[in-house]
Design a protein around this ligand. Sequence first.
Ligand code: FES
Length: 133
Amino acid sequence: MIPDFLSYTRIPRLDIMPENNALSSDKPGLLCNEFIASSLPAGQITLVHVGDERVAVYNADGAFYATEERCPHTGWPLSDGGELSGTQVTCPMHGWCFDVTSGAVIRGIKGLCLKQYRVQLDGDIGRVIPLDS
Ligand code: FES
């Protein structure tokens, strides 16, 4: 007899899965680059992994965006205390601010922007992939 927890198996879509991605250890049934859209309320930020890169995912008033998680100032992880207001995220460490739709800096040193990622929705599952995928 197969235990219930083994009867549900997700088959990764290899055509869009970044190299080195794996099943998430803290989100059962999801890949490391996936999240449950309905579990990320507007104004909230969560962390996923694309390969070995840490990526912050934002719910900006119902639209999902993703950027590198590391603040380009001194590296604070934006999913840890970053404040999302509309489409702007403010780093809690020194107050730099970024537009999550483009990665552009709003407050901080011009030219230091956040790397962007693409967010795809497949029903309630959000999937983050590199922009060039
Ligand atoms: S580390 Fe983000 S503003 Fe300084």
